[in-house]
Design a protein around this ligand. Sequence first.
Ligand SMILES: Nc1ncnc2c1ncn2[C@@H]1O[C@H](COP(=O)(O)OP(=O)(O)O)[C@@H](O)[C@H]1O
Ligand SMILES: [Mg+2]
Length: 351
Amino acid sequence: MADIQLKDLVKSYGPTEVLHHIEGDINDGEFIVIVGPSGCGKSTLLRMVAGLESVTSGEISIGGRRVNELEPSARDIAMVFQNYALYPHMSVRQNMAYGLKIRKLPKDEINRRVEEAAEILEIKQYLDRKPRQLSGGQRQRVAMGRAIVRDPQVFLFDEPLSNLDAKLRVQMRLEIRKLQQRLGVTSIYVTHDQVEAMTLGDRLMVLNGGYVEQFGTPIELYDRPASVFVAGFIGSPAMNFFPAELSGGQAALPGGGVLPVASAHSGTATLGLRPEHLMQDPAGPIAIEVELLEQLGANTLIHGRLPGTDLSITASVPGHANDGTGSIRRFSVAPELTHLFDPATGKRLED
Ligand SMILES: Nc1ncnc2c1ncn2[C@@H]1O[C@H](COP(=O)(O)OP(=O)(O)O)[C@@H](O)[C@H]1O
Ligand SMILES: [Mg+2]
């Protein structure tokens, strides 16, 4: 078991800095998800922790020990990748045992660990098969098994589920979570998928262009996003944003409509409203000119515009709806569920 500290971590390739002064303390046994769009530096950061990329400046420590100069093999970590990287000519058993054999563990000990991991992952009946005789989900389990048998201090995952179909991905993500809770091994998991991040992580580190936008629990990120970027990234369907004029605890929307907000700020701000927080209210201040309905069964997404503007807005209402194009629906939002951001910096305005 180990905690991990990232201190003022910078990564440059030649003159280009791709990770900028990353700070993060990860507790022993925690499951951390690094999430952000493609190219934001997730894999680079994970590979630095693994020792597969050098550190340009700053420090990484694992279990209180500086590891910057340590070889990957000396860091006591195990990594699971997107392409499972199984040896095709070896059986599942041999694939799982390989790393332990290299490290010259006694044969009994290797067998015991492989059997135990296979039991946990429910792949005992496949131990003598070759990888090509397995489904994608089973192969992913073998790749996890290979990490588990090493009994490492830290698990690192780089988008391990992105090759699986949607249904299997949901199932495997629950299994990974259960497994991590059972083993209690400190884990860092990289994904571009915000739903995967929200469901897996004790805490999420949201990366954008090599900067940490926010590091917090899923609920902190959802309830109090630190920036427009986090607000738009976390939550589905995405938050609506409008330019608004603030004064006297109220926000005036383009095209009319004034709603109460929990803020004493004045001047122009970016107002954020989550689709699921728009409450149907015939006397409400927010009007939607309906353009399109998405009927999802349990709820309906109403897509439209603020009347008289070209600003899009989406509301999520429970149950079914059958509004025609061009009809007007009205909504209100509880003041404490409104979000306000500085239009220049994109940062959250404190209440
Ligand atoms: N070996 C490399 N040489 C130069 N630039 C790189 C190298 N590896 C990654 N990068 C750049 O670093 C940035 C972050 O990449 P990466 O960590 O792979 O992003 P992510 O995993 O979030 O998609 C990208 O702009 C990428 O082009
Ligand atoms: Mg990547």
